[in-house]
Design a protein around this ligand. Structure first.
Ligand SMILES: Cc1cc2nc3c(=O)[nH]c(=O)nc-3n(C[C@H](O)[C@H](O)[C@H](O)COP(=O)(O)OP(=O)(O)OC[C@H]3O[C@@H](n4cnc5c(N)ncnc54)[C@H](O)[C@@H]3O)c2cc1C
Ligand SMILES: C[S@@+](CC[C@H](N)C(=O)[O-])C[C@H]1O[C@@H](n2cnc3c(N)ncnc32)[C@H](O)[C@@H]1O
Length: 688
């Protein structure tokens, strides 16, 4: 490693942004690596020559079928020039219904302003580069960012990490025996600085991941013909060809993964009493590839409607069934919900999922405001000692992520809120309140989505490769998604899930002269939203195991009391309110014991308990069987109090499972949401 190179041992919470110098022509250079981002002669032409032509993309894309997908994976996103050039070519050559997945790993991301400056070099790409700059995420440590362009026609998965480690997170599990079940790449763009300047990236680990993510016919192209790259690609199983490079570069490499790769890459399976890898219960080895892309979704709340939209944008015909007379009639029926997810400084699944889902949701809603609600910003006040401590702990990780969250004093919070506040807090400038009903209406407004209301599904049965969905009529589809929140327990196939139902009541408070100026959502013990039609939505209570649908005066009182600490002055206006006459709404949250949603294929309960029975005696037993899932049955539930933040990302995860695409999240997190986790935990605890 040269002295100048950034340390390879990164703290996952601390990202090293690229340090750039700009030459006299306005071209970026990496100060740390002493290398260019693209050819000084003509970067765009270089990209077209090396990566587009030598992966034969135009020819391959012209032959794609309607609604087919194509996956490109790249080392080193840099300025995004390769991505934009591929996007432009896709528009010229691929069928309108097809989907381009561009997965890229970047260890030293450009700041948004540097990205903007670098891309200004390409006026012919301006229309696309502006969309990329606008959507470029606020980067907080390592992790995945999924961006979607042109109604989902183009999907960018930007993984902030070292290339080898980032690609490992795309594998369904790191166990080499099961790598074959991972989603495969169609074409590799092996960019990254020259091997002489960046030997760490071109590692054996990287080429192992490239092998695991490739299939017969996968191609690769790289600007470099250095021997480390040649050796690496050969090691990864590719057949190589040296061809003329771009401009003054004499050579470059192009490569293809053969039809039958003599795969002695990994040792053959052998029995071990302990597994060194996570168990393969997460692998759904029998995904369904139906002739007709048709799915029935049961339940038209936030989970059902986001799932319907995600699949419709991938060319799936959706039949959406709802037992009520209207969509969003249960938990998703409140007039104003807050877009919010609790941040954490910890490195655990819950914290990472919250952060990724909030960022994904904000970008998902970016083009949907103001029809769905109001992007007023959200204040989270430090209302007690625990919250104060948390805000202090968050500072280190989030202090530079001001686009996402800002640490504000009571004075700043007051200015933002439009009323006096006495507590410091966090401010989420891109969040706000959303009307879930209006959001759901917008989501299902798609020609491929057919809504059937007043249709309560009694049961579902699998027969002859099709699911039979029994309600007042009998409907059939190869894929069924259960999005019925707590009522998933009514179906025999998902009855085993440890679903908890939590009653919640919100109150509609009449706006007063003092409360009318509230400009942002204010969250404390409870929340209050800016007034709409003369009322503030405020809440919500939490009551486990309570079933009453009646509004309760005592709960209105609790909601009011929760506003006393943050808004003492406003309480005077409401002190003479007849609380028993307040209006409001009762609904039920659906949660799971680990507070993560359950999203993915539904386990075959009996077969799972049988196959993984050795876990009863030994939690680390090496069970060399893949997971057992009911073919074509999926679920999307358990969004607790965070449906607005969680459901857009969960719908994307579900669509990736069903459509067999790269996931928008590291596989560890996708696996943490797998509905089968509870069966496995029960086996390990010897409860079943
Ligand atoms: C009081 C309260 C306040 C909340 N506040 C917020 C907030 O501020 N921010 C936030 O992000 N989240 C909030 N939440 C949580 C959020 O509302 C939920 O996470 C979200 O609505 C869950 O969506 P869902 O689609 O999973 O469930 P639901 O909206 O309950 O949808 C399930 C649907 O399935 C239908 N269904 C059930 N069984 C059948 C069947 N057999 N056949 C046909 N249809 C069926 C139901 O009728 C229902 O429409 C709140 C929740 C409550 C209760
Ligand atoms: C030549 S530039 C890529 C140019 C880019 N593809 C474009 O279109 O602008 C190389 C990129 O690789 C990144 N990089 C270097 N080492 C890396 C590593 N180990 N893992 C991931 N990315 C790395 C650099 O930060 C830089 O952005």
């Amino acid at each position: 490693m040269s002295d100048q190179q950034p340390s390879a041992q990164l703290n996952p919470d601390h990202i090293h942004y690229a340090q750039l110098e700009w030459d006299a022509d306005g071209q970026p250079l990496s100060s740390a690596f002493g290398d260019v981002y693209f050819s000084r002669a003509n970067g765009l032409e270089e990209t077209r020559h090396v990566f587009l032509r030598h992966n034969q993309l135009a020819e391959r894309w012209q032959q794609l079928k309607h609604s087919e997908k194509f996956v490109i994976a790249e080392t080193g996103f840099g300025s995004g020039l390769n991505f934009l050039a591929a996007w432009a070519l896709w528009l010229d050559t691929a069928p309108a219904g097809a989907q381009l997945h561009f997965v890229t790993v970047e260890k030293f991301p450009l700041s948004k302003s540097d990205l903007h400056r670098a891309l200004a070099l390409w006026p012919e790409l301006k229309n696309l580069s502006q969309q990329l700059v606008d959507a470029y995420p606020c980067i907080v440590g390592e992790g995945f960012h999924r961006l979607s362009f042109m109604d989902g026609r183009i999907k960018l998965t930007l993984i902030i990490n070292d290339a080898a480690r980032g690609f490992a997170q795309l594998l369904a599990t790191t166990d080499p025996l099961y790598a074959q079940y991972s989603t495969k790449v169609d074409a590799w763009f092996l960019d990254g600085f020259a091997p002489s300047k960046n030997p760490q990236m071109w590692s054996e680990d990287l080429f192992s991941r490239i092998h695991q993510l490739s299939k017969a016919g996968t191609t690769a192209a790289t600007f470099s013909a250095a021997s480390i790259v040649k050796k690496g690609l050969k090691f990864a199983g590719f057949r190589l060809q040296k061809v003329a490079g771009f401009g003054r570069k004499r050579d470059m490499l192009t490569a293809v993964f053969p039809d039958s790769c003599n795969d002695n890459f990994y040792p053959q399976p052998f029995y071990k009493s302990f597994s060194e890898f996570p168990l393969p219960w997460v692998i759904n080895s029998t995904p369904v590839n139906p002739r007709e892309k048709h799915a029935i979704i049961i339940g038209a709340g936030l989970a059902g409607c986001t799932s319907a939209r995600a699949l419709a944008e991938r060319g799936w015909r959706i039949t959406l069934l709802e037992r009520s007379n209207n969509i969003a009639a249960e938990a998703s029926g409140n007039p104003q919900g807050v877009l919010y997810a609790k941040l954490s400084h910890k490195q655990e699944a819950q914290a990472e999922f919250n952060l990724t889902s909030l960022q994904f949701a904000q970008s998902f809603y970016a083009t949907r405001w103001p029809v769905i609600g109001d992007q007023t910003g959200v204040l989270q006040l430090a209302h007690d000692d625990a919250e104060k401590l948390l805000h202090t702990q968050l500072r280190e990780k989030f202090s530079t992520a001001t686009e996402l969250v800002q640490f504000v004093t009571a004075k700043q919070a007051s200015d933002l809120a439009g009323i006096p506040l006495s507590q410091d807090g966090l401010y989420f400038p891109d969040a706000g309140w959303i009307s879930p009903v209006q959001l759901c209406e917008q989501l299902i407004d798609h020609p491929l989505i057919q809504l059937i209301c007043a249709c309560e599904v009694q049961n579902i049965q699998h027969d002859n490769g099709m699911w039979c969905v029994n309600s007042n009529t009998e409907l059939h589809a190869p894929i069924v998604i259960i999005a019925t929140a707590r009522d998933a327990q009514a179906f025999a196939q998902t009855q085993h899930l440890p679903i908890k139902s939590i009653r919640g009541q919100i109150s509609y408070l009449p706006a007063t002269a003092s409360s009318e100026p509230i400009k942002t959502v204010i969250c404390s013990e409870g929340y209050i939203a800016p007034a709409r039609a003369g009322f503030h939505c405020t809440g919500a209570t939490f009551n486990l195991k309570e079933e009453s649908r009646e509004l309760r005066t005592q709960d209105h009182q609790t909601n009011l009391e929760n506003l006393r600490a943050p808004l003492p002055e406003l309480m005077d206006d409401w002190k003479n309110l007849d609380v028993s006459a307040l209006d409001g709404r009762v609904a039920f949250r659906c949660t799971l014991p680990d507070y993560l949603p359950a999203v993915g294929p539904v386990a075959d309960e009996t077969a799972t308990l049988h196959s993984f029975a050795p876990l009863r005696k030994n939690a680390r037993a090496s069970v060399q069987e893949t997971g057992k899932y009911l073919p074509g049955l999926y679920i999307n539930i358990g969004h607790g109090s965070r449906g607005l933040a969680y459901t857009p990302l969960c719908a994307e995860i579900l669509a990736a499972h069903i459509n067999q695409e790269p996931q928008p999240l590291a596989s560890e997190l996708v696996n943490a949401l797998n509905p089968a986790r509870f069966l496995i935990r029960d086996l390990i605890k010897n409860k079943r």
